[in-house]
Design a protein around this ligand. Structure first.
Ligand code: NAP
Length: 260
């Protein structure tokens, strides 16, 4: 199937690593032009990307600085005036428990995880609309299920789900689609780091994997990325306002079925 992504300019935040990195590579394989916004160099990843395409751009920027996003996008739009899609992905689970987290820290967490989703969408919308493109938000199951010790992150992810539905309504008249992918457990550099907080990371991994109905394994980065690429593509032209759970049934299936 030709996904019709050839030469389309697509912005991916956090697109040098993990899920965002996977989406960058998958889009590049389809001939799209990845425009990556991320804060830390990743030469090993860039070498991988260069084997697929030389047609990409990287802007190093810490997205927590939401007041500076307008300046950043001005630079990007000067070079790439036609943005087809925006993938809001950069973020991390910072495990801030409500009882230890005053509002100041909550706001800092939202600066890292939430405000840039809003600000990039707001500023890039005119270009995306001109190109009849779309927006994809990478959210998290925690925005629906909660997790118990991560008030800031879980509520930021819930807000991103709200944004997805709200923007899908707001932009439907402009024929701009807005969707979200809610991963559950994906082995990324961030996840590997989080596992190191446990005395026995391997046992913790096995415990979580055993609760995932389909295959009792984590979702791969490629499974998220290839789905994202289809949803972003014009082949998915009548899909909007959806929260897709690419998670091996983790959120929606009755786990009792898998007790053995
Ligand atoms: P990751 O491996 O840490 O990759 C995220 C990338 O985004 C990193 O390159 C990181 O830069 C960059 N980034 C983070 N905050 C940034 C900021 N403020 N400014 C610029 N760049 C920033 O994380 P991941 O696991 O792929 O997570 C990607 C998305 O998926 C996140 O929104 C996360 O909430 C969501 N998610 C992941 C899982 C999972 O199981 N992995 C589950 C549910 C949802 P650095 O290299 O500098 O850290």
């Amino acid at each position: 199937m030709d996904l019709q992504l050839q030469n389309k300019n697509i912005i991916i935040t956090g697109g040098l690593k993990g899920i965002g990195g996977g989406i960058t590579l998958s889009l590049a394989k389809e001939g799209a032009i990845p425009i990556i916004i991320s804060r830390t160099e990743n030469k090993a990843f860039e070498e991988k990307l260069q084997k697929i395409t030389k047609n990409y751009a990287i802007y190093y920027f810490d997205l927590k600085n939401h007041q500076e996003i307008e300046k950043l996008t001005k630079n990007i739009l000067q070079k790439f005036p036609n943005i087809y899609a925006l993938v809001n992905n950069a973020g991390m689970n910072d495990n801030l428990d409500i009882l230890q987290t005053p509002v100041k820290k909550l706001i800092e967490s939202y600066e890292n995880n939430l405000f840039h989703y809003y600000e990039l969408t707001r500023i890039l919308f005119p270009s995306i609309q001109k190109n009849q493109g779309n927006i994809l938000n990478i959210v998290s199951k925690t925005g629906i299920t909660g997790q118990g010790k991560t008030s800031a992150y879980a509520s930021a992810k819930a807000a991103q789900i709200g944004f997805t539905r709200e923007w899908a309504c707001a932009f439907a008249k402009d024929n701009v689609r807005v969707n979200a992918i809610a991963p559950a457990e994906v082995m990324t550099p961030l996840y590997e780091k989080w596992l190191q907080n446990f005395k026995d990371p391997k046992a913790q991994y096995n415990n979580i994997a055993s609760k995932i109905p389909l295959g009792k394994r984590f979702t791969t980065i490629e499974e998220i990325a290839d789905f994202a690429t289809f949803i972003i593509s014009p082949k998915s032209s009548h899909t909007t306002g959806q929260i897709f759970h690419i998670d091996g049934g983790y959120v929606h299936l009755d786990r009792a079925l898998n007790w053995d």
